[in-house]
Design a protein around this ligand. Sequence first.
Ligand code: ADP
Length: 447
Amino acid sequence: MFQKILIANRGEIALRVLRACKELGIQTVVVHSTADADAMHVRLADESVCIGPPPSRDSYLNIHQIVAACEITGADAVHPGYGFLSENAKFADILAAHNITFIGPSGDHIRIMGDKIEAKRTAKRLGIPVVPGSDGAVTDEKEAKRIAAEIGYPVIIKASAGGGGRGMKVALTEADLEIALQTARTEAGAAFGDDAVYIEKYLQKPRHIEVQVFGDGFGRGVHFGERDCSLQRRHQKVWEEANSPALNAEERSRIGGICAKAIADLGYSGAGTIEFLYENGEFYFIEMNTRLQVEHPVTEAITGIDLVHEQIRVASGGGLSVRQEDIKFNGHAIECRINAEDPRTFTPSPGTITHFHTPGGLGIRVDSGVYSGYKIPPYYDSLIGKLIVHGRNRVECMMRLRRALDEFVVDGIKTTLPLFRDLVGNADIANGDYDIHWLEKYLAKEE
Ligand code: ADP
């Protein structure tokens, strides 16, 4: 087992990882920018190293500084959290070259999944169902038209190097295709420095369902069921739940089994998430994330398994603490992402939190690094906390969520809490009847 882990992140996820390290008796080092000197994870860590000024590229993305911090403190492993360097293959390779363990998969696996064309090709080879579309990059218009006619309109053109919901264009008919192809390529080139794009069928009313997987480092793979993250705004997840209201146990075990086998065949090590669109009973792979997800706590709530403990065990060569047959799904869990944003316009609302009171009681978990008197710096993303609620079934979970949202107090800044108080009373949400476009339509109506 590791002696000392360096946490290369900030905010709620830095605290989340720190808690897991403490429970395992592992010393912790955190790195932080000058803007985060007062952060909770900095206060609670055994050691902290200031690695630079506020802009992420000078601090949380500065590989040299982070490697230097490992060497100064003698850390033997790095947990990257999510975002920042968590899916940076070069970072994983550099750490390996310094004999420091990256708590995540190999650089090569990060590289494959970071290139969407390569990821889709790999998924297909491993027997994972994918969205019908081009086999690889599409360059000329004639070829694009031929493929689109074959799969049928509407189609979506996506950047191979895309991420964060950027670099996608929909063509409803053949007349739109030429311009969609051109703009997608130009935008991808400008945004990602790589203009490779591919075409796939545009699904009109899918749900976003993702499977949590783990490779144990010894060639075995398991799945921890799925999460439904269909409630999105601008392709950003807002509310996540496990299990999906749309799946039954048989579908769960079928898609979970396919994913676990694929992970084993790939020789993957650590945590990963295989993301699908789900429509009319069919799953369509869209991408794989090679890291811990923001929404991992809903899976923890229904399985009772600490996924960060498992990541650390696997990275240290100790394998998983559970086999597939030990992973059972109990009840229902929902996570609300609480952002420091105006709940109507979603513009960021940094500033000082004058009062912070979190709900408690059975089945309630709040993952947050903020506190009364904390000043939210304007440099980073606006997530300030996550409310995760567990109940014996979805109805109990929703009742408890409504009560927890009533108790939650964040004064001094605007947050997205009022949005969740509205959603929890909505009939479609109560029925679990929503697709990936539901929230945008709901927000447009409310305006
Ligand atoms: P990113 O890496 O940028 O997040 P994804 O491939 O994960 O890109 O897609 C993000 C979102 O875009 C999906 O959750 C879905 O809402 C939408 N999307 C992607 N591909 C399709 C598709 N073929 N049909 C319909 N919507 C899609």
